[in-house]
Design a protein around this ligand. Structure first.
Ligand SMILES: Cc1cc2nc3c(=O)[nH]c(=O)nc-3n(C[C@H](O)[C@H](O)[C@H](O)COP(=O)(O)OP(=O)(O)OC[C@H]3O[C@@H](n4cnc5c(N)ncnc54)[C@H](O)[C@@H]3O)c2cc1C
Length: 495
């Protein structure tokens, strides 16, 4: 059995939620002399919106001027290069295109360009058919013009979130997973008590980064209530064979439900088609549905006429934390001193996360009169990826660690050395999905059909647990039910 600690801890700051925003906030808090703990209800960080989105670093043309979304989108976009360089996270400035399929749409493109300019987005221009097809020869011939957003990019959202968490942990932040927060209250001395599935924590300040549940956490302590209206988006992922089909992230004209269905390359070489926008009741209902996928396909086909359905490697959905206030709720709650919100952070929340994290951490540090942490180390190194090494680098890697010679995931060329390191790192993987998001083992064409047994075995060895206890994503998601043979019988069968 894995040992489970029950905490009774006093700290300076508690961050609730380990998504992109919570992890960026934790990293920025570690720039100060503050004892910080991050509580995450899932078995791993990056299990909410931050794991299932379109992975675009938005330019910032889409949000209404004057909103928090517009402000933090543009600030976050400007910070991305530096943060990704420090954290060794792949980022590609591939540009975004908002395409219209009829001349009538050109006026709307001009409005978007104007809106972007008001938001402070540089390098926006409208391009006609010739330039559009020069850039994107595989785009549907119906396309007639587009808004070119030169500051649009793509990033791996889980690598980004996990890198923030690892760096925060290296700088002293403590991460508790399986720590669902159930009650937040303030005592007469002004301290916050947070009761969680992992124990009780007391702190001077609390930062609510609970994504789809940020309303529930806020509404426990503040009369300034807001409500999350979950909005699901469904996607297809197309095989890497098509990596060169499109260069830019290609949007269609936005609707009142969002930025519409797009076709975009990912930093890992696959192509995403989606997302839909469907208001749902259950915040955890991450199913894909025939109707949702059909819609993604129908609208996606306007951009990419002949979507190769036989090369779909999987489908997935993500749920947006759409807020009834229609904007991010950021800052100290007016009636709850030292309780801070990052509520309703839907798109462009991934792009905004470095700026939101910096803003909130600065605010907390200010209010707590915290000194800078002289030992803060901003640099984190990624796990060296065997698939990206040349022959000489591979030879060197294998010489220093023979586990680099053992390829576990054939589709993505992930080695045993990478998987073991993903487990051993700060805030390391504890589940099959945790390995997947840290290394890409299981993310390829066979979708973990081949590598799962070996990954279970490695997790079992590294965590000193029985293979029967290894889970896909914590809780009851065990993969194995029982042994076919007991130890003695197994030896006998093998003879
Ligand atoms: C379909 C879709 C497409 C998107 N596309 C983009 C895009 O292309 N570009 C972009 O910039 N943004 C995009 N976004 C938005 C972006 O993904 C989010 O804004 C961002 O990930 C929010 O991060 P977060 O940390 O606030 O929330 P989350 O990632 O949801 O993290 C919240 C965390 O809090 C935890 N939690 C919840 N309740 C509790 C509790 N009681 N106790 C402890 N922990 C708790 C959850 O388990 C979760 O891990 C998209 C979102 C979706 C859904």
């Amino acid at each position: 059995m894995q040992k489970r600690l029950v905490y009774n801890l006093m700290v300076d700051v508690i961050v609730i939620g380990g998504g992109a925003v919570g992890c960026a906030t934790a990293r920025n808090l570690s720039r100060f002399r503050l004892k910080t703990v991050l509580l995450e209800k899932a078995s791993d960080i990056c299990e909410g919106q931050s794991k299932a989105n379109t992975a675009i670093v938005h330019g910032g043309y889409d949000a209404k001027p004057g909103t928090q979304k517009a402000k933090y989108n543009v600030l976050g976009n400007r910070m991305f290069q530096k943060v990704c360089s420090e954290l060794d996270v792949p980022l590609k400035w591939n540009t975004s295109l908002v395409v219209t399929f009829s001349e009538d749409g050109i006026e709307k493109l001009e409005q978007l360009r104007e809106q972007g300019r008001q938001n402070g987005v540089p390098k926006l221009s409208i391009i006609g058919r010739d330039e559009l097809f020069r850039r994107e020869p595989n785009l549907s011939r119906e396309a007639c013009a587009a808004l070119l957003v030169e500051t649009g990019g793509i990033v791996c959202p889980y690598e980004f979130t996990i890198a923030n968490a690892e760096n925060a942990a290296e700088n002293g932040v403590r991460f508790c997973r399986n720590a669902e927060v159930r009650k937040v209250s303030r005592d007469e001395t002004g301290f916050w008590t947070v009761e969680s599935a992992a124990g009780t924590f007391t702190a001077r300040a609390v930062v609510n980064c609970a994504g789809l549940y940020s309303d529930r956490i806020n509404n426990m302590v503040s009369e300034e209530k807001f409500h999350i209206l979950p909005r699901r988006g469904e996607y297809y992922i197309i095989d890497k064979r098509y990596a060169d089909t499109f260069h830019a992230s290609i949007f269609q004209l936005p609707t009142k439900m969002g930025k519409g269905i797009l076709v975009t390359p990912t930093v890992d070489g696959t192509i995403l088609i989606g997302p839909t926008a469907e208001d749902i009741d259950d915040r955890d209902d991450t199913r894909t549905t025939p109707a949702g996928l059909a819609k993604s396909l129908k609208f996606g086909s306007r951009t990419w006429e002949h979507i190769p359905l036989r090369d779909v490697i999987t489908t997935f959905s993500g749920i947006r934390a759409h807020c009834d206030k229609n904007d991010f709720i950021l800052g100290e709650a007016p009636d709850a001193p030292l309780f801070f919100n990052a509520g309703g952070v839907e798109s462009p929340g991934l792009t905004s996360s470095p700026a939101i994290g910096e803003f909130l951490a600065g605010l907390v540090a200010d209010r707590l009169h915290a000194e800078p942490n002289p030992n803060f180390q901003p640099v984190r190194h990624a796990i060296p990826k065997f698939r990206e090494m040349d022959a000489a680098q591979r030879e060197k890697a294998i010489a220093s660690n023979p586990d680099y010679a053992k390829v576990v995931c054939r589709c993505e060329t992930v080695t045993e050395a990478e998987i073991r390191e993903a487990i051993r790192r700060p805030v390391g993987a504890r589940t099959i999905d945790g390995i997947k998001r840290r290394t890409r083992a299981g993310m390829g064409r066979c979708q973990a059909g081949f590598c799962t047994p070996r990954t279970v075995q490695i997790l079992s060895e590294e965590l000193h647990i029985s293979p029967l206890e290894v889970t896909k994503f914590g809780g009851n998601s065990k993969l194995l039910q029982s042994y076919l043979f007991t130890k003695g019988e197994d030896d006998h069968a093998q003879r």
